[in-house]
Design a protein around this ligand. Structure first.
Ligand SMILES: [Zn+2]
Length: 83
């Protein structure tokens, strides 16, 4: 499934590293914005840091294009820990 959320164009994700070679299909093109949201909500809910890329939508659009979804998850998780 392809992500069509506005977070695909969030300039914040320009800071994330690319993931051309670190992930195999189908994780390779996972939406970094969706990964960020998953990390954020996990932290807010008190769940452990545990990226689940298999449930995320894919995207090759905007600023999330080819960004590392694990890094995006961790960024969201860190933000979610901030009161
Ligand atoms: Zn997304």
């Amino acid at each position: 499934m392809a992500c069509n959320k506005n977070h695909r164009y969030n300039p914040r994700f320009n800071a994330l590293p690319f993931s051309e070679e670190f992930f195999n299909e189908p994780e390779r093109w996972k939406c970094a914005g969706c990964a960020y949201d998953q990390g954020f909500s996990d932290a807010r809910a008190g769940r452990p840091n545990n990226p689940r890329l298999d449930v995320l939508d894919q995207s090759q659009a905007g600023t999330v294009r080819h960004r590392n979804p694990i890094e995006a998850y961790n960024l969201g998780y860190s933000d979610g820990l901030i009161p």
